[in-house]
Design a protein. Structure first.
Ligand code: 5AD
Ligand code: FES
Length: 350
């Protein structure tokens, strides 16, 4: 590692910020030695805040119907090869009951931008979930909506909202999405969610097509300013029915490096070791925790629909029961010296 990279790492961990060009330098200067130093510092700050706790959230993939056509995504509208499904309110409540029995106290409802889920329908599901399990946090990850809609869902009881910004560079965004999907609107959504009072998660893919160190530096600068409660990052993985089918996947090494950097930028951030990370490497999620992540989100969707929520090829856990995923993750965390905690897992005061 060069003296310059070492200096950047020391300054980042002391001040939690760098200039945009310095983030790019740090990314371009990645070596295994630099990655090890960053991970050591990231794990130390995370341990100071959260000890050896890893938070867990139960993920329900409630619909793979989507009006959008994101070029990277396996459930994009133009993919005619995927069988579409939508869970009913009764299905979702049954999943939540099962999850509750397994100890989960946070549920994430994720889905495509499916017009069926109007504010009345989705709000009804959220309030039914909160009535049944008042001690649980409900997180939504249902894409772009109007400010009024986000407000209604918040009023119905939703606590958190995940909406990855995908890239902080408008021109890069335009290369990953069809005309008509607009980066400005994405940013508007994130601002509205925060203003309403949600705990908000943003995030991006690592190694998405056309992405450079300069783009990633912008992502980091954006996150430094936005101070999200959560940040979801994982490697881009090609899906065979999309225009990006022949693009290379993002790497494990760069994803881990960025997880460490994010931990140092915003020490209390809730940072998942994602399913995509577990897909590109059999111990990807463990490595993510050891690089500074502190959340895992096992899939609690009904086994019958899991294969249909294939955002990318070879996604893991599509054949496993919820209880299996929960126990599998618990064992994986214990093997590396961590403890899976099942409470709401709110962000620590910074
Ligand atoms: N590879 C990795 N992540 C993907 N996502 C969508 N498609 C892919 C892919 N091919 C991510 C996006 C989206 C989240 C739900 O999943 O970042 O916001
Ligand atoms: Fe699903 Fe391991 S987390 S099988």
């Amino acid at each position: 590692m060069t003296g310059r990279v070492r200096e950047l790492i020391e300054r980042l961990s002391a001040e939690h910020r760098l200039a945009e060009a310095e983030y790019a330098e740090l990314i371009e200067g990645r070596t295994d030695e630099a990655a090890a130093l960053l991970a050591e510092k990231a794990v130390a700050v995370r341990k100071a805040i959260y000890g050896n706790a890893v938070f867990t959230r139960g993920l329900f993939e409630i619909s793979n119907i989507c009006k959008n056509d994101c070029l990277y995504c396996g459930i994009r509208r133009s993919n005619a090869a995927v069988a579409r499904y939508r869970l009913s309110e009764a299905d979702i409540l049954a999943c939540a009951d099962e999850g509750y029995g397994l100890g989960f106290r946070t549920f994430v409802l994720q889905g495509g931008e499916d017009g069926f889920f109007t504010d009345a329908v989705l709000g009804g599901i959220v309030s039914a979930l909160k009535r049944r399990h008042p001690d649980c946090a409900v997180t939504l990850s249902m894409g772009e909506r109007s400010r009024e809609s986000y407000q209604r869902l918040f009023d119905a009881g939703a606590d958190r909202y995940l909406l990855r910004h995908e890239t902080a560079d408008a021109a890069h965004y335009a290369r990953l999405h069809p005309p008509g999907m607009d980066w400005e609107n994405r940013m508007r959504c994130l601002r509205d969610l925060k203003a309403i009072g949600y705990q908000v998660g943003c995030g991006f893919m690592v190694g998405s097509p056309f992405q450079t160190a300069r783009h990633l530096a912008k992502d980091l600068k954006f996150i430094e300013a936005f101070q999200p409660d959560m940040c979801g990052i994982g490697p881009f993985i090609p899906h065979h029915e999309t225009p990006f089918r022949d693009r290379p996947a993002g790497t494990l090494e760069l994803t881990l490096y960025l997880l460490s950097i994010l931990r140092l930028i915003h020490p209390p951030v809730l940072l998942p070791a994602t399913t995509a990370l577990g897909t590109i490497h059999p111990e990807g999620r463990e490595k993510g925790i050891l690089a500074g992540a502190n959340v895992v989100m096992p899939n609690l969707s009904p086994v019958g629909v899991r294969k249909q929520y294939e955002l990318y090829d070879n996604k893991i856990c599509t054949g496993d029961e919820s209880a299996q995923c929960r126990h599998c993750l618990e064992a994986r965390m214990e093997r590396i010296g961590y403890r899976l905690v099942v409470d709401r897992g709110d962000i620590a005061e910074s």
